[in-house]
Design a protein around this ligand. Sequence first.
Ligand SMILES: [Zn+2]
Length: 102
Amino acid sequence: MNNKAIVNKPTAKTVRRSARVIITKGNGVHAPVILCEHCGRPVGANGIALWKRRGGPVYHAHKGECDRALQAKHGERLLWCRLADHIDDMRHNTIDAKEVQS
Ligand SMILES: [Zn+2]
């Protein structure tokens, strides 16, 4: 797979209310994209991951208007990091880390 980002606009057929990671298809290639928790559009370089506490759910949003709206909805400030760093951590915990017992 090449390093070129593949982001296709999700359609009503591909976006479901509960789905935050979807598979899109463009140029014959299937690719996963993360959707913004607030606006539903694909999150890219301007994305962040947000969470309330350890063990809780993680939300993804565009930094700025979308993350402010999401934090207002939760009624408190959320912890956050850049989406790219979040994905790096997920890759590490998926591929490099040993199995974790919960
Ligand atoms: Zn957004």
